[in-house]
Each structure stands twice: as structure tokens, then as C-alpha cells.
Design a binder for this molecule. Structure first.
Ligand code: KG4
Ligand code: ZN
Length: 564
């Protein structure tokens, strides 16, 4: 394939915000890659960060893929002055105007997958030797004639380079993060230097208290009711409008599809209307990476214990997007066990079950009830909380505790009996974490001896008892514990925005969606989406972990796109 001499890409920069011209064309996928090459060159070189994303916007409508899947309909927005150069380079027009287009769901899915791969392949461009001296005083930018870009060589770049590309420039870009995967509607605006400009969380505490858990349809409705207000408040509190944003990040999985959909729809509306790139975020990766916002020295590799209502994960984070799953739960997560125990003990669930148990446990004797530690006989790093839940339920029944009597109305003895169970449950639930962490540290150090930190995050990591017990385990093994502050441990928009920032820097993002999407548009939602592949030596010999309808892991997607 031809090589583009970078010196040929001479772009005249208008002094003010330029008028963009819109061109609709049909291009072969291979040509899209070449267009990306050009856009990335321009992207990395132009001064005035606010203009960067406007050089090219890729708008793929639902009718974007031809019947045989060979051509893409691409709408480009670009500076008129760039056009002659692109034509000269043979990048435009690559038109096949008579290609027939169709818009079924299969087509949208294929397009999405194809496009995603293209987006990720952009990372490779960062590792290319581009030297340039943009002349910020004049309206002309010239790429150094010594640099050239071979379009056929992307996939030959070394993976290591890919994983650690140095961003060309960091103009303190600003990202809006939206989170609706479970029962919290959250949004935040974060600057690329880690400055949190705003953070808004609307929790469904009343619903939670009423149903004793998350009811997907109700949760979806609750998200829909508040999403506009939450996002608006996040922008207002940051003293910004959508026009000031560089990109929008949104959780696309794992979580409840109905709920995820509300956030994704909102994010796409904003990104479409304001021509902003959009970044799909893995909820659990966000829980882990937020620790890098609060602890600036936290470098890869590190171990992460992610403990929330729906997840119990132990991972080795080797690099951004490179995770090894050391352990997961074979049934329930620890947060679910906290929530159910709280419900059965008649506690006030308005702040969710975890904090209520933590509070009550302080009054009880943790050794007064004997619960057994789960999975003692399994020498792996997986978790199980279903059995402990049953033990707790039986203990509650045997002590004749009536959950219908709220704790606030319980007699002194009744309250003490409940506190004993809360304390005993918490001790064993956390002991299970301690044992698994101890083993995970040994396993991870074998793979990555340079590990210095273990981070804990997710709602349960805001628990002080959990923190202090794990601190002892981590210190005993010569590592340091990192815990984000409680408000960043529970679901929030900051973690989503920050993870967006980390990926955006690496060139991993999608183009702005169309301004209007059809009602029946199939969103890319990933309700069951592993973070990384299982550690081969750590496969559970316990009851098999459910693998049905699993989406390919984030790590495998990133690896596959890097190798293209
Ligand atoms: O991460 P998160 O906010 O949402 C999910 O992704 O699930 O975690 C929510 C879970 C709930 O189960 C809640 O009871 C638990 O975190 N949690 C706690 C505490 N605060 C929240 N569990 C124990 N102690 C706490 N202080
Ligand atoms: Zn969470």
C-alpha cells in the first residue's frame, strides 16, 4: 500500500474557529484506515485543543454498510482547506456512489464491530515516528518532511509500544462520565489532569428499601426520570456546557441492560448533537482505575479487589486494558450478602444494606455466632457468598428475629441478637476476602514481581472494617493498600469519566454518533462482560462459573484490535 509523505499534508489553519464542510462519501474499509492515518497526523499536530476533534467526525448512520459488507458510508466533517490535500493523496474521493445500502440489525452489529476495530487500530498511530513543528503564531501548520507514514505497517508495530504510547499533547481535555449500570444515576465532569469539576449521584434508595433489592424495570424508570437532570447538574456544577466537553464516556457493561440503555442513550444524544467522540466504559475497570485518579503514583502492574453488589473480582492489572482475572464469585457477591443480611435483620436500607450492617456490627460480638468460612477446601481465588447467606438466614430464624419489626423498634435484647449476627457475618465475609487476597498476592507476584500495590474499590470497599483487615494482609505481604475515598468507591460518574480519560489518551474512542438515532437502534450493551481472561492455573474446581452469554472480555477485545 502507498505510503503518505507527511510533508504533503499541509493544512492551512484558519485563525478562528473554522467553518466545517460536510462530505458524504462511500469508502472501502481499508481507505477508512488511511483516512484515520491522516486525521491522526492532523490530530496530533494542531495547536488549540478545542479544535482537535473537529478535524474529522465520522458519522455512521444505520444505513452504513453495503450488502456485501465491503463499503462504509462515511460522513466526514472537515476543514475545506484540508480537502485538496486529501484528494491529492488519493484519500478522497474513494467513492462508489451507487452502492446499495441496507439497514437491518445484523448490518448495524457488523458495522459496529468493524468500526470498533478501526477505532482501536488508531492506537498504533501513536507509536509512529512523527516529528513536527507546528508554528503556533501563523495560521499554517506544516508536518515535517522527514516523517512519513506507511499505511500498511500499522499492524506491525510492537504491542509494547502500543500499550504505552505517549500522548502527543494533553491539553487538559474535559470528559463527561455517565453511569447507570445498576441503581445509581450518576454523572461527573473531570479534567484530564484528574481535577473533578463536578460529581452528581442520584440513588434509588427509596426503591431499594421498598423492594429489598434492585428491580430492573423500576430501576430503568427511575434512571429515565432523573438522567437529564443529573447530567445537567453535573455540567452546571462544572460551569460548563456540552460545547466545552472533549468527549463523553458512558458505562456500557456489565450491568442491567435496561439500566445501561438509559445512560448510553443519553450519552449518545449529547455526543451526536455536539459532535463529540464517545467512549464505552467497563464498569469494573472504572472501579479499579479510579484509584489512579486519587493516587497519582499508582503505576501498573497492581492487584485489584473489586467488591460491590453484583461483583466480587480479584484481578491483576498489568497495564491499561490488560487484565488477568485471578478470581470471581461462583454465585453471589459480598455486597449482595450484606444487603440480604441487612434486609433479614430488619435494618434501614435507605443507605443500602452495607453501611447499615457496618454500623450495627460495632455493637455486636463477632464471635458469638459460628459461621464457617466459604470455600476453605478450594485452594483458588474464587468467592462464594450464597452458603454464608444461608447460614445467616438460619441463624436469624433460630433466634426468632422478626424482620418486620424495624431495628429502631426492637427491644434491647433483640437489638443485641441482631448486632451479634451482623458482626459475625461481617467477620466471616471479610475473612473470606482476606484468604483470597493472600493467595492472589502470591499468584500475581509470580507473574509480575514488580507489583507494589493492592487496591480495593467498589461499594463494599468503603467499609472501614474491610479496609483495616485488608490493610493488615497487604502490609504482611510487603505491599501497600490503596483505597479511593468512599464516595468514589460506590458507583459514581467520576470513575467513568476518568476511565474515559485514560482510554481517550490512548486513542481508544468511537466517533460521534448520528444526531438522530432511530427508535429501534440496537445499542452496544454488554450486560455480562468479563474484564480479563481467567488465570489458567487458578481455574476453579468448585461449581462451574456461569459462562453463558458472556461477551468477549475487554482485554481480549483490546488485544485483538492491537494485533490487526
Ligand atoms: O459499587 P456499588 O455502589 O454498586 C454496584 O456496582 O453494585 O456497590 C453497592 C454495594 C451494595 O451491595 C452496598 O450494600 C455495598 O456496596 N456497600 C457496602 C458499604 N457501602 C456500600 N457494603 C459494606 N459496607 C459499606 N460501608
Ligand atoms: Zn459498581
Amino acid at each position: 500500500m502507498a505510503s503518505i509523505g507527511a510533508s504533503e499534508l499541509v493544512c492551512s489553519l484558519p485563525p478562528h474557529r473554522p467553518e466545517l464542510s460536510r462530505i458524504t462519501t462511500v469508502v472501502a474499509p481499508s481507505a477508512v484506515d488511511r483516512l484515520y492515518a491522516a486525521s491522526t497526523l492532523a490530530f496530533s499536530q494542531f495547536p488549540g485543543g478545542g479544535l482537535q476533534t473537529k478535524i474529522f467526525s465520522w458519522i455512521f448512520g444505520p444505513n452504513s454498510l453495503s450488502k456485501n459488507g465491503t463499503f462504509l458510508l462515511v460522513q466526514l466533517q472537515l476543514w475545506p482547506l484540508l480537502v485538496p490535500n486529501l484528494v491529492k493523496l488519493g484519500l478522497l474521493p474513494l467513492c462508489q456512489s451507487s452502492v446499495e445500502l441496507e439497514a437491518d440489525k445484523q448490518c448495524q452489529w457488523l458495522l459496529h464491530r468493524h468500526f470498533r476495530a478501526l477505532t482501536f487500530s488508531r492506537n498504533l498511530l501513536f507509536s509512529l515516528p512523527i516529528s513536527a513543528e507546528p508554528n503556533s503564531n501563523s495560521s499554517r501548520t506544516i508536518f515535517s518532511s522527514s516523517s512519513s507514514l506507511s499505511c500498511s505497517s500499522y499492524s506491525n508495530s510492537s504491542v509494547k509500544e502500543l500499550q504505552n504510547p505517549t500522548p502527543k499533547r494533553d491539553n487538559h481535555f474535559v470528559i463527561l462520565g455517565i453511569e447507570t449500570s445498576c441503581d445509581d444515576t450518576a454523572a461527573a465532569v473531570v479534567r484530564s489532569n484528574g481535577e473533578i469539576l463536578s460529581q452528581v449521584v442520584s440513588s434509588q434508595a427509596d426503591l431499594l428499601a421498598k423492594y429489598g433489592g434492585v428491580a430492573p424495570k423500576m430501576a430503568e424508570e427511575a434512571h429515565s426520570q432523573v438522567i437529564d437532570q443529573v447530567v445537567q447538574e453535573a455540567l452546571d456544577n462544572a460551569y460548563m456546557t456540552e460545547k466545552d466537553l472533549t468527549a463523553v464516556a458512558v458505562t456500557i457493561g456489565p450491568g442491567l441492560s435496561l439500566c445501561l440503555r438509559v445512560g448510553v442513550q443519553k450519552a449518545r444524544q449529547i455526543a451526536g448533537s455536539f459532535k463529540l467522540p464517545i467512549i464505552g466504559i467497563h464498569h469494573m475497570e472504572a472501579h479499579a482505575l479510579v484509584a489512579r485518579l486519587t493516587e497519582k503514583d499508582l503505576q501498573f502492574p497492581f492487584i485489584a479487589l473489586l467488591i460491590s453488589g453484583g461483583h466480587n473480582l480479584l484481578i491483576l492489572a498489568r497495564d491499561l486494558g490488560q487484565y488477568v482475572q485471578l478470581g470471581t464469585t461462583i454465585d453471589d457477591a459480598i455486597g449482595e450478602a450484606y444487603d440480604k443480611t441487612a434486609k433479614w435483620l430488619g435494618l434501614d436500607l435507605r443507605r443500602s444494606g452495607g453501611p447499615a450492617i457496618e454500623e450495627l456490627a460495632k455493637e455486636g460480638n463477632a464471635k458469638s455466632v459460628n459461621f464457617s468460612v466459604p470455600m476453605k477446601q478450594h485452594k483458588d481465588c474464587n468467592f462464594s457468598y450464597a452458603g454464608l447467606k444461608t447460614q445467616v438466614r438460619l441463624a436469624i430464624e433460630s433466634k426468632k428475629i422478626d424482620a418486620k419489626i424495624p431495628i429502631s423498634s426492637a427491644s434491647k435484647e433483640d437489638r443485641l441478637a441482631r448486632a451479634d449476627i451482623a458482626a459475625a457475618f461481617q467477620r466471616i465475609a471479610v475473612l473470606h476476602l482476606e484468604e483470597r487476597c493472600e493467595r492472589a498476592i502470591q499468584w500475581a507476584l509470580k507473574m509480575e514481581p514488580s507489583i507494589r500495590h493492592l487496591i480495593i474499590s467498589g461499594g463494599v470497599a468503603s467499609n472501614h472494617y474491610v479496609r483495616s483487615r485488608l490493610d493488615m494482609v497487604v502490609k504482611k505481604n510487603g505491599l501497600q493498600l490503596v483505597c479511593p475515598p468512599p464516595r468514589l468507591c460506590t458507583d459514581n460518574g467520576v470513575m467513568v469519566a476518568w476511565t474515559g480519560i485514560e482510554h481517550f489518551r490512548m486513542g481508544r474512542y468511537d466517533p460521534p454518533p448520528p444526531v438522530e438515532e432511530p427508535e429501534n437502534f440496537v445499542y452496544d450493551l454488554r450486560p455480562r462482560w468479563p474484564l480479563g481472561e481467567e488465570y489458567a492455573e487458578g481455574r476453579s474446581d468448585a461449581r462451574s462459573i456461569r459462562r453463558a452469554r458472556l461477551h468477549p472480555s475487554l482485554t481480549s477485545i483490546i488485544q485483538a484490535s492491537s494485533q490487526q
